[in-house]
Structure formats: C-alpha cells, structure tokens
Design a protein around this ligand. Structure first.
Ligand code: WT7
Length: 653
C-alpha cells in the first residue's frame, strides 16, 4: 500500500485552497493564467526561457551556447564564466545592500549571531585565503563534516569562491559513512567541529572525523571549529584550529573570486540509491546557481524585507539550495537554526518564528506531524503573525498534517508550497507558485516553468489521469545533476536506463483530471525515513557486517510520524541465540557504522527468508508480512513457501 493511501484513509480532503487576493497581487506570478502562459512559453523553448533568466546573474564572460547535449549528458551556458560566491555576496554589496542581513544563526541555547552581506564576504574571503595557504586549488575536493553553525555556510562559500569542490557530509552520519565519502571524492582537506549540540547534549564530531580520516590517505589537513569546547585530540601537523587559522596575520580580508567555467563542478553531495554504495551527485556552477536562484525567487516569492527560514540541515540538498545558495543568490535573509525542534520544549520552532519575525517557513512533513502530535497549545502559545508563506519538502504530506499546518500554523492566511524535488534535480521541479496555484492538500501540483514532467507506464506510454506510473522529466533543466562522481555509467543507467533519454525520478506518481501531480513514494529500494533518504542495500550490508548475522533483508513500513520506518528481517549465524539484547546490539551496530537515521525500528529474527529457487530474496513478500497483510500475494515461486507462515506469526507489531 502506498503511503498516500495509508494517510488518505485518515482524512479525505476535497477542498481547494486559493491564495488571498492581497497575496496574489504582490507576488511574482499572480494567477493561474499567468503561470500557464509562462509555462507554455517556457517549455516551447526552454533555452530561450533560461537564457533570459540567466541575465539576472553576474557573468565574468557571457555564454556562447545555452545548451549542448551529448547522449544523456548536458552542458548549460557553454563557455560562460562566473563565480557562485561572487553572485551570492559581492553582487549584492555592489548594489548597495552590504549592510543587509544575509544570515541569522540561532544556537540551540538561544544565542544569536547575525552576518550582513559585507561581514559574510569578509569571513568567506578570509577562509578562502586559509584554504589557499594550505595549497588547495581549483577543482580539489574538500569534505565538510559539520553541524548547523555559520562556519558550515562560510566553508561552502569559501570553496565556491576559490573554485574548490565541496562535499558536505551530514553531521548525523557515522565515521564509516564519512570515510566512504572521503575516499570516493579523494578529499584533501576535511573541515569539522569539536562537537555539535543536539537536545542539550554534545555529539563528538571530531572523534568521528578522526576515525574516518585515519583511514583516508588523501587527507592532508583537518580544520576544526571550536563550538562546544569539549576536549578533542589534535593531531600534530595535520589538525588546525579554525579560529587560529582565520586570525592569522598573513590572512587577508580580500580574496578575488576565481573565474569558473559554467560547467566546472561546484559540489558533490552523496545520496542513497539502489546499490549499497552511495552516489556522489555532481552539480556544476552556472546551471545549478541559476536554478536555485529562480526557483527560490518564484516558489518562495521572496521580497526584500522577508525573513526566510528553512529548517533542513545543510548536510542535505535542501540546505544547499534553500539555506545557502538560493537565498543568498537572491540577496535574501536566511535563518539557520542549530538544534532540535523539541529543545527545550516543542514550541521552539514557533518561538524562533516570533523572535526573528520569520515571514517564510519551510520544513518537512515529518516535523509537522511530530509537532502536531505535541498538541495545539505549543503553537498557540506563540503569535506566528509574521508568517505569510509556508512550505514542505522531503516526502508526501498527508492531508491531515497539511490542514493542521494551514490552520494552526498559517492561521488560514498562508499558502503552502508542497515542493517536490531531489538531490539530483538541484532545485524544486514540481510545486505550487504561491500567488497563483489553487492548492489541493497532499499534491505538489504543477511543474515549475521550463520543467516537462510526466507519468509513464511500464511500456513507456503516458499514463492516463489517476492511473499512476513512473514520474519522469522529459527535457533537461539547468539544475540537473551532470553525472555521478567518477561513474558516468551509473548515471546513464540509473536515470536514463529505463526510458530512452528521459530522466527517471525513482518515484511513483499520478496526475489527476486537473493536471495536479500526486507523488506516491519511491519506486526503488530507497526508504524515506523522516524524509531522509536511506538505501535498503546499504542498511542490509551494515546489518550483515555484525558478527552474529548471516543474512538480512530490510523493508519499509508506514509510520504515522516518520512516514516510513525500517523493518529488518535478520537470520543469525549458527550458534547465536535470539535475544532482545542481540536485537539492540544489531540496531546500535547500524547506528554506529552508518548513522542514527538509518537505525531499523523493528528487527524480526528469522530462520529463513522467502527466496526464489534461484536464491533471490522476495522483498515484496517480506514487505507484505511486515505490514501485517493477510494475503501476501503469490508464493508459488518460492523455494520453500512454508517460511511465510512462520514469519507472519512472529511479526513485530
Ligand atoms: C525524494 C528525494 C528534495 C529535497 C529533499 C529530499 C521525496 C521530496 C517531496 C514532496 C513527495 C517528496 C521523493 C524524492 N520527496 N519532496 N514534496 N512530495 N515526495 O531530497 O533526499 O534526494 O529525496 O524525496 O521520494 O524522490 P532527497
């Protein structure tokens, strides 16, 4: 059963919610008529559309050709030169906005730090000079493993300024995951932090980084930000303190932004796929920047006096595109929060909204559901009157949570943009435009201008309304990934292998009779746990690496708060006894080696797994068992059909 159906059974919401006249009047795209016209023109000639939009950026040299195609590989703005950090900083200062607040940072303990565009440029330039001092050059890789502190954004922008490719690894990942990512990108330098705060506790990031870096020969230096003041070991001749380096007498305030080719790499961001090995999604300079810029501007309808807050972690693509690059490219004020939504109380988000007068708020359905569960008294204890627009991302939002968000947080006054996109797409592809689109709760609605989205059946034909099928994008767009780092073959096969020359998203979707898109969930071996993308193969290989485990299979099961959780079937090696302690140990093993977000919620021991005669594990059957379905479908192809009943009896509720 698709997640959407699980939730739809809770609340069938048929109303359509329109933006108020005053909202529409002041927005960039003011009506459906206007959207339809822009859309029609944009897809008739996407190159013309994007070339026009690209003129909004500052170029060191204009491009010669907007788009060049070679098989399934695309180049945008060929021969153009620019610098992303220049566009995010210098450009606004040049326009007289240097004293505008670029970043507001709130620490978990409530401390606030603000950076104007001029101050941010100075910090970024100084740190770019530190990177230069340690001989990092254009196209080198730097791995950033940090919590949500300003130095994270500063590091990214400093890399962009110097033409260095950054690879941010989410601070919640374990040392093993970090190690794999450093090895794959051959990073020369790692930037990390002594620790990070989460729910008032210190998480020792430097320790994890040490374990990883010890096994990576490419890494020459580690720069450490002092955040928590906890004791850390500093390895002589390798580890450097950020605050000491940045204060160096030889470090200047100015760093000339390096002129980058439009198609030079900007960053690598690893994400989970079908196989065990995470994919290094590669984004390049101009196309990515333009796409983040234009989508941020129109989807969040951002104006000069907005205070915009996206609650994602910068370790994911949402934070890259919609905390750092999109907002700063637009000259907006972007808020960054360090800690947990529940700390010290479940009204923390709403208190931050009131304190900083946040006008645009962007979060994940899982956070909305978790906060909704805490009761209305928390948001009701705050005013929330500064809010004018809300957004969601990461997974389908169930209509019940949508309505709560709309009524209780937005006070029926704020449109909600349900934005569908992926690490690979660089920015938002399917979304309402808040001043134009009548909203249907649970639907991401329509494609952004320039985006040709469709739903295809197995045979490659277009699905009929409500029929459902694979979500695909039929034309290239500037923000799309260019390849998988070091693996062109995997890029072609994963995204263009199923339907010729058509981008396969890996989601199942349908469109309704009015043309609204409804995303139903992943169609591959990826599980969205609290909106985080987890590869089943990766989790399985970590479970199997436990000394007591012979074999494992994991499947998703629906969860009211997290959307989906991981259910693991585990076969032990002979001589090991099943026990709750061993279960906990296996769960902890996954947390330690992969990260907390990948922990199985439920572990069921099994003597055997349902397999075909050729030895293939039948995950479809395991999924049905985990969900508690009476009828698990056809079992005749199984080598031993009797295993099914036993597994059904011992299912973990
Ligand atoms: C997958 C991509 C895009 C930034 C965060 C996640 C799911 C994302 C929505 C939405 C339904 C959504 C899809 C997609 N997803 N947004 N609004 N409605 N599903 O990036 O980690 O690369 O995950 O997230 O399944 O394929 P990601």
């Amino acid at each position: 059963m698709a997640q959407q159906e699980v939730f739809a059974s809770v609340l069938k919401e048929k109303r359509v919610f329109r933006p108020s006249k005053s909202f529409s009047k002041n927005s960039y795209v003011k009506s459906m008529r206007e959207y339809k016209k822009i859309y029609r023109d944009s897809v008739k000639n996407p190159e013309k559309f994007w070339a026009e939009k690209a003129l909004q950026l500052d170029w060191f040299r204009k491009w010669k050709k907007v788009l060049v195609k070679k098989g399934d590989f695309y180049k945008w703005f060929v021969n153009g030169k620019l610098n992303v950090s220049y566009n995010c900083l210098d450009r606004h200062i040049g326009a007289g906005n240097g004293s505008k607040t670029a970043l507001i940072w709130e620490a978990e303990d409530g401390k606030v730090k603000k950076y104007t565009y001029s101050q941010l440029l100075k910090e970024v330039s100084r740190f770019a000079n530190v990177l230069k001092k340690y001989k990092l050059r254009k196209k080198d890789r730097v791995c950033i493993y940090m919590p949500m502190i300003p130095e994270l954004a500063i590091s990214m922008l400093a890399c962009a300024r110097a033409g260095i490719i950054h690879s941010v690894v989410f601070g919640g990942f374990s040392s093993d995951s970090l190690k794999d990512r450093i090895i794959d990108s051959k990073a020369k330098l790692v930037i990390t932090c002594d620790g990070s705060y989460r729910n008032g506790k210190v998480i020792p990031l430097k320790q994890n980084a040490d374990l990883a870096v010890g096994k990576c020969r490419s890494v020459k230096k580690v720069i450490v930000v002092k955040r928590c003041g906890n004791r850390v070991k500093m390895k002589k001749s390798r580890d450097l303190w950020w605050h000491q380096e940045i204060a160096g007498k030889d470090i200047k305030d100015k760093f000339n932004a390096v002129s980058m080719d439009a198609e030079d790499p900007l960053f690598i961001l690893y994400t989970s796929g079908t196989t065990g090995k995470p994919k290094g999604v590669l984004h390049t300079q101009a196309g990515y920047l333009l796409y983040a810029y234009q989508t941020f501007k129109w989807v969040f309808d951002v104006k000069d006096n907005d205070i915009y807050w996206c609650t994602a972690d910068i370790g994911w693509i949402t934070g890259h595109s919609y905390i750092v690059y999109g907002p700063l490219a637009c000259g907006a004020t972007s808020l960054m929060y360090e800690g947990s939504p529940m700390y010290p109380k479940p009204n923390r988000f709403w208190k931050i909204v009131d304190k900083h007068k946040v006008t645009i708020f962007y979060t994940a359905p899982t956070a909305i559901r978790a906060l909704m569960k805490e009761g209305d008294k928390w948001p009701k204890s705050c005013s929330l009157k500064s809010l004018r627009l809300l957004g969601t991302v990461g997974e389908p939002i169930n209509p019940e949570a949508w309505i709560w968000y709309y009524n209780v947080i937005g006070k029926k006054r704020c449109p909600i943009v349900d934005t569908w996109w992926q690490t690979e797409t660089g920015g938002i592809l399917i979304t309402p435009l808040p001043g134009a689109t009548p909203l249907k709760p649970g639907s991401a609605s329509f494609p952004f201008p320039g985006i040709v989205a469709d739903v295809l059946k197995e045979n490659g034909k277009r699905a009929k309304p409500d029929e459902g099928g694979d979500l695909v994008i039929k034309k290239p767009w500037p923000g799309m990934l260019r390849t998988i780092w070091g693996n062109d073959e995997r890029y072609k096969e994963t995204y263009f292998g199923k339907f010729r020359h058509i981008y396969l998203a890996g989601d199942t979707a349908r469109y309704d009779k009015d043309g609204y898109f409804w995303i139903l969930g992943r169609s591959d071996d990826v599980i969205k746990v609290s909106g985080h993308r987890i590869g089943t193969a990766e989790v399985e290989s970590h479970i199997v690496s436990h000394k007591a485990v012979a074999e494992a299979a994991v499947v998703p099961v629906p969860d009211a708060i997290k959307g989906w959780v991981i259910y693991a079937f585990v076969v032990l090696k002979r001589g090991n006894k099943e026990s709750d302690r061993l279960k906990d140990d296996i769960i902890e093993h996954v947390a330690k080696h992969m990260g907390h977000i990948a922990k199985p919620e439920k572990v069921q021991f099994a003597e055997d797994l349902p397999k075909t005669r050729s030895g293939k594990i039948m995950r479809r059957i395991l999924k049905a068992i985990a969900e508690g379905q009476e009828d698990v479908g056809n079992v005749t192809t199984l080598a031993d059909p009797t295993v099914v009943d036993k597994l059904k009896r011992e299912r973990i509720q």
